[in-house]
Every structure is written in structure tokens, then in C-alpha cells.
Design a protein around this ligand. Structure first.
Ligand code: SAH
Length: 246
């Protein structure tokens, strides 16, 4: 068996503070390291991520996951119930569960083997505020436990923005927030997304553009607020081509 070498994650205390006015405590830092070690080990079998150096993992998986929700840390005081739709190997949901032990995170993915892998991580990370769910976003809203149940829905690298909105809005409580993690973003894309979000009972509340702190990569987070009940029938059934416009 090949020997598995892992490296120490950088602490980046100053960067955490400068960018998010936050830093992990000792337990959080140990959990981040443990997550990194376990993902690297799992990668040998499961091909979970291309991001493997400590710096890249810190920036693209830890920092990026938290950057999307950190703006809420000032304004939101009650514990949030969040769903990470298309979580893959657990991003952005796992770093958020580590950073916010008071929040409750559901990690959803349609790929059983990815969810089975995350299941093995949770006890090792000693995370008691995260649960997993195998399924498609189009299907779980039929289960009353999930419909209109979440304060937050998070989607990173899952589908075109309009499809992400369609997955997220039905699962949110009224006044809930969907956060779409995107790369580059244009005004034309905003114009195209606006009517789709409206049809789903939401509004584009804000759009934040920023660069990542190590590689200066362009990122955009879209914040969609649910203001009305989403009409029945959304999201449309699986199999309807994702490109189909609403
Ligand atoms: N969010 C992770 C993974 C992105 S890859 C990250 O940023 O690293 C996209 C993931 O979404 C895949 O694991 C895929 O299985 C899942 N996925 C795609 N469509 C889905 C759907 N309709 N419902 C649930 N999961 C979906």
C-alpha cells in the first residue's frame, strides 16, 4: 500500500481576519486539518477533487466556502438551517458546519458514493450538526420535511444559475436566502436571471464580486431572497434538459 503523505494546512490567521473578520479556533483548525487529510485519503479511491496542495485546499475549499456565508455572520443571529445542494465532497457545507457549530447543515448529493464518503467523515470530524441525504434536488421537495424548510440553500458548481435558483427556492422558507457561488459574472447574466428568480417567488437581493486571497481568482456570490411562495411545479422533474428556460 502506498504511504499517504499529508501536509499541514496554513493557518492564515491574518488573512482570515482581514477578509472575513474571523478565524477558526483551535478545534476548528484541527477539524480543517482532519478534513484535508481525509479528503486526500479519499481522493485515492474516489477522485473527489483536483485541489490537493495545502494552499489550494485552504483557498478554494475552506476560504471560498466560508466567504459566501460570512457576510451573514453580522446580520443573522438565530441558528440557521441550511442545505448544501450538490455538495460533492462536502463543499461548501462541511467547512460551514465546522465554522458554525450552532447551524444545522444538510448535505445533499445525487451521487450515492460521494454521500457514503461524507458519512464516513462526520464522526471522524466529530461533527454533530451535519446530516447527509442522497437524492436529486428536483425530487426532495416532494418530501414535506424538506419543502419550505430551510433558512439557507447553498450551491457551488452545480448547474447554470437559473437551474440553481430553481433547485433552491422551493426548499427555502419564506424570507430564506439562496447563495449561488459563481466564478466570473456579467450584467447580461443578471438580466437573464432576474425574470427566472421572480417567477420562482424570489428577488436578487445582492451580488458580491471579490477575488480570492492567494491566487486572486475572480468570484461572485449571488444572494437570492425568497419573498413569495414558489409556484407548484418547481423545480421541474429530473430529465427536463437543464438548458430549458422557464
Ligand atoms: N459543490 C461541490 C461539488 C460540485 S460538483 C463543490 O463545489 O466542490 C457538482 C455536484 O452536484 C456533483 O457531486 C453532482 O453529483 C451534484 N448534483 C448535480 N446535479 C444535482 C441535482 N440535481 N441534485 C443533487 N445533486 C446534484
Amino acid at each position: 500500500m502506498s504511504e499517504l503523505k499529508t501536509s499541514l494546512l496554513p493557518e492564515m490567521t491574518d488573512v482570515w481576519q482581514q477578509t472575513l473578520s474571523w478565524q477558526p479556533d483551535t478545534v476548528g483548525q484541527l477539524q480543517f486539518q482532519c478534513l484535508y487529510d481525509l479528503i486526500l485519503a479519499g481522493n485515492q479511491r474516489l477522485n473527489l477533487t483536483r485541489i490537493t496542495t495545502p494552499e489550494e485546499f485552504w483557498e478554494k475549499h475552506l476560504w471560498d466556502s466560508l466567504r459566501g456565508v460570512a457576510p451573514l455572520w453580522q446580520s443573522v443571529t438565530s441558528p440557521q438551517r441550511a442545505i448544501d445542494i450538490g455538495t460533492g465532497a462536502g463543499f461548501p457545507g462541511l467547512p460551514i458546519a465546522i465554522a458554525r457549530p450552532d447551524w444545522h447543515i444538510t448535505l445533499l448529493d445525487s451521487t450515492r458514493k460521494k454521500i457514503a464518503f461524507i458519512e464516513t467523515l462526520l464522526p471522524q470530524l466529530k461533527l454533530e450538526n451535519a446530516v447527509t441525504l442522497v437524492g436529486r434536488a428536483e425530487e426532495i421537495k416532494r418530501i414535506s420535511q424538506h419543502r419550505r424548510s430551510y433558512d439557507l440553500a447553498l450551491l457551488r458548481a452545480v448547474a447554470p444559475a437559473s437551474i440553481c435558483a430553481e433547485y433552491a427556492l422551493p426548499l427555502l422558507k419564506k424570507e430564506g436566502l439562496a447563495i449561488l457561488y459563481r466564478g466570473q459574472w456579467t450584467d447580461e447574466e443578471t438580466d437573464a436571471l432576474q425574470p427566472v428568480v421572480k417567477k420562482l417567488g424570489g428577488v436578487i437581493e445582492s451580488i458580491e464580486e471579490f477575488t480570492t486571497p492567494i491566487s486572486n481568482s475572480q468570484r461572485t456570490c449571488l444572494y437570492l431572497r425568497k419573498v413569495l411562495t414558489t409556484p407548484a411545479g418547481f423545480p421541474r422533474a429530473a430529465g427536463i434538459p437543464p438548458q430549458t428556460q422557464l
